[in-house]
Write a protein of this length. Structure first.
Length: 385
């Protein structure tokens, strides 16, 4: 007898001997199958609300949920170390060289007694909100600085608003660096681009309109109210106007400003040349309608808000060289009518994407003042995001 025949006989025997048992087994099997089917009822998943990427204004923007406004959050974490005998590097009056020992009204610098160090840690937070309207892009932008400063004798914590403005189309209203500085793109790429020979003011309240044409021509004009203690009994704002032409070979930019308090003006002309994809140079000249009152290194006593250099004129020039994909070289020199001279060189190294280490070496002098030369060095670590 085969195995299959044996199984059939046993099943037949069981059917004959206990039909009630077989019925119970069958009912139980059906009942268990029903319960199993009840347990596998699928539940409809809840819909997921993912944050949508906004590509209308560049990389990093996303839609604020429930709105058509795009938001970008960025910034950087930075640590700076400054050394040498320059107060411009944040060394301040702690260095003995910054004291006027001979009574000529000029700080004594460069004899080696003022060597000191300075450190600053900063977290910068950028918040950029944009949306399309029938009048152009509506934008709100803010940058906050959270700083910790330390030198040889003291330390401090403070928070400051670096920028805060609203834009609609070409109009901008709020607090930003002066159009006199921003429209010509500041000066060079070096960290200390205003060392020794300042080229213009920075934070200021303003109302500005900028027209950007498709043919490379742009023009801007605005009203500015300085917040440095300058007063005007007529509450007249300062006026700034400029024009620029950009081509494949570079750009030419002109900017002029009128100081309503001093009733004097200033102007700058800048030329940028792109010599190759790895080398570019620039030259800029500034002129003031009045000779500022300040003399010596720097110009804290200037009576023209925009011409912050010394004397009637000043010049700046520099070069940017991309040595490799990870290494660049920036340099800048500046000179004014009162014989102030400054030279700065940077060597930024991109360690990885988003992290750069930049050493800087700077020299400053006044060729009309004995022992006015000073050296300084800077080391910057910066993580951008």
């Amino acid at each position: 007898m085969t195995e299959s025949e044996g199984k059939a006989r046993r099943l037949t025997s069981a059917r004959g001997k206990n039909p009630l048992l077989l019925g119970a087994v069958a009912v139980g099997a059906v009942s268990g199958s029903a319960r199993a089917a009840d347990a596998i009822v699928a539940v409809e998943p809840e819909p997921m609300n993912y944050v949508r990427v906004c590509d209308a204004f560049g990389v990093g923007f996303f839609y604020i949920p429930g709105t058509e406004t795009c938001l970008k959050i960025g910034g950087y974490v930075r640590f700076d170390i400054g050394v040498g005998d320059m107060p411009d590097y944040g060394l301040g009056a702690d260095a003995p060289d910054d004291i006027d020992t001979d009574g000529d009204g000029i700080a004594d610098m460069g004899d080696g007694r003022g060597d000191a160090s300075y450190q600053q840690a900063r977290f910068a937070l950028d918040v950029d909100a944009r949306s399309d309207t029938e009048y152009g892009t509506l934008r709100g932008y803010t940058r906050l600085h959270f700083n910790y400063d330390q030198d040889a004798t003291s330390s401090s914590h403070y928070i400051e608003v670096e920028y805060a403005y609203i834009e609609l189309g070409g109009f901008r209203v709020g607090m930003n660096d002066s159009l006199f500085s921003t429209f010509p793109a500041y000066a060079g790429y070096v960290i200390s681009d205003d060392l020794g020979v300042p080229y213009g003011p920075f934070e200021i309240s303003q109302i500005v309109y900028t027209h950007t044409g498709e043919d490379g021509f742009s023009a801007a004009g605005g009203l500015e109210l300085p917040g440095d203690g300058a007063t005007n009994s007529d509450y007249m704002p300062n006026v700034v106007v400029g024009a620029s032409l950009t081509r494949d070979w570079g750009a030419v930019t002109f900017i002029a400003a009128y100081d309503a308090v001093a009733e004097e003006g200033a102007a700058k002309l800048r030329l940028d040349l792109t010599l190759s994809d790895k080398l570019s140079v620039f030259a800029m000249a500034g002129y003031s309608t009045n000779d500022p009152a300040g003399t010596g290194v720097g110009n804290s006593d200037a009576n023209n808000y925009y011409a912050q250099w010394n004397g009637d004129w000043a010049v700046w020039a520099g070069a940017n060289v991309q040595l490799t994909d990870k290494l660049a070289f920036y340099t800048q020199a500046a000179y004014d009518e009162d014989e102030n001279f400054a030279f700065v060189a940077d060597l930024p190294v991109t360690v990885v994407d988003g992290f750069t280490v930049t050493p800087e070496l700077a020299y400053r002098d006044n060729f009309d003042i004995p022992d006015a030369d000073a050296w300084g060095g800077y080391l910057r670590f910066e993580r951008t995001f």
